[in-house]
Design a protein around this ligand. Structure first.
Ligand code: C6P
Length: 409
């Protein structure tokens, strides 16, 4: 046990992948920000669904279809409770964070922004919170601006405030930067956005995985995240949106399940949330996400955050002892990612070499090219933590980085 009651060794036993050998060495998985490993409980829920509870949803009046529909809609209610949304119909199933952010751009921005209106993002964005806004900017003649972070990765509200004008209609920010780990003050930014008459879109891909989130408390207008980073399946994500906004937004995709009536002349839309869920949805993935929510709830998001915080503090100290290593992103209160460069080796070489010791980190631009430019590096290596990581994982990382130094010097 580490902190009071957090039995990380017990938790690790839930994850089959964590007992693998990789290149003859025990796997040290430090790449959960890219995608997290899955616990047995999620794998079993998915298998059970395929084996004994599977049919299409919302369509059949037979036993299996009713059961599958109950499981699918039940998972939506689990997500609603998990993020404390006011209504379950504020929870829209998407393919992931990227899909959710594109939905806001293609529906909300396309319908309600006019030429000359402004969207503000930050230099820390993942590409999925940049490119959808650029696409709609180019189409509609909008203006896209970015608020910067400082050298340490600290985000100052003043940098955002300075960009707000009476044309600001959307502010889109990450909850947590996938490169710097910086946690943004969502609640304060929501207040700023609303004061300016804008809506706040939060890319929560790296937020919801590390801390409790409460939509009613944060008061953001949209919050997007992916199931696969939250120990659930791929192919499923969530767009939370406030009811009054979702109600007035047009659908982006047409097809089955999103309609109320169809004639050859015209169609009318289904109520929320189905208006945004055209076609056969990712049924099993949604149920798997529900199981993942049950799983993290049973441990507790606050406990997960505290455990990861302990490992993060330890990792920050240990990495500081590696000669020639520069940690990028040291904002106070940051969450579970450690991006770094080494004088002696390119991040791709670092990742390839430490992989020989079974240590998995990500190397590259982390889908955040503007941030690489901001820090004037072509790429970074990144170790990212999940609820199952330990101080021993960090020791293995540091030992393998010492090998990198030996090889290159
Ligand atoms: N970041 C990483 O290694 P999707 O691919 O749609 O599930 O999530 C996209 C996304 C959006 N925002 C943030 C802050 C993210 O971190 C990610 C995914 C992974 O950092 C894969 S690129």
């Amino acid at each position: 046990m580490s902190e009071a009651g957090y039995d990380v060794e017990r938790i690790r036993q839930d994850f089959p992948a964590l007992s693998m050998l990789v290149r003859g060495k025990p796997l040290v998985f430090l790449d959960s920000a890219a995608s997290a490993q899955k616990p047995r409980q999620v794998i079993d829920a998915v298998t059970k669904m395929y084996e004994a509870e599977y049919a299409n949803v919302h369509r059949g009046l037979h036993y299996l279809s009713e059961l599958a529909t109950a499981r699918y809609e039940g998972a939506r209610e689990k997500v609603q409770t998990f993020i404390n949304a006011r209504h379950s119909h504020e929870i829209i199933y998407t393919r992931g964070t990227t899909d959710a952010l594109n939905l806001v751009a293609q529906s909300y921005a396309r319908a309600f922004l006019e030429e000359g209106d402004e969207i503000i993002i930050t230099t820390m964005e993942h590409h999925s919170n940049i490119v959808p806004w650029q696409m709609i900017r180019d189409e509609k003649g909008l203006v896209l601006k970015a608020a910067d972070v400082d050298e340490e990765g600290v985000f100052h509200l003043s940098s955002l405030e300075a960009l707000i004008t009476d044309r600001t209609k959307i502010i889109a920010i990450p909850h947590v930067s996938n490169v710097l780990g910086t946690v943004l003050p969502v609640k304060e930014i929501a207040a700023l956005a609303h004061k300016a008459g804008a809506v706040l879109v939060v890319d929560g891909a790296q937020g919801v995985t590390h801390m409790p989130v409460d939509m009613q408390d944060l008061d953001c207008d949209f919050y997007a995240f992916s199931g696969h980073k939250l120990y659930g399946p791929t192919g499923i994500g969530i767009l939370y949106g406030k009811e009054e906004l979702l109600e007035k937004m047009p659908p982006v995709q047409g097809g089955g399940d999103m309609i109320n009536t169809v004639t050859l002349e015209k169609s009318t839309w289904a109520d929320l949330p189905h208006k945004f869920e055209a076609g056969t949805p990712p049924i099993v993935q949604a149920v798997g996400l529900g199981a993942a929510v049950d799983y993290v709830n049973a441990i507790g998001m606050a406990a997960i955050g505290a455990h990861e915080g302990d490992v993060l503090t330890y990792a920050t100290q240990r990495l500081a002892s590696v000669e020639g290593l520069r940690l990028i992103g040291t904002a106070p209160g940051k969450a579970s990612v450690l991006s770094f460069v080494m004088e002696c080796a390119h991040p791709h070489d670092i990742s390839t070499i430490i992989d020989q010791a079974g240590v998995a980190v990500r190397a590259g631009h982390h889908c955040a090219q503007p941030l690489m430019e901001r820090y004037d590096v072509p790429a970074m290596a990144r170790a990212s933590l999940g609820l199952y990581n330990t101080r021993q994982d960090i020791d293995a990382l540091v030992d393998s980085l010492e090998k990198v130094r030996e090889i290159f010097s």
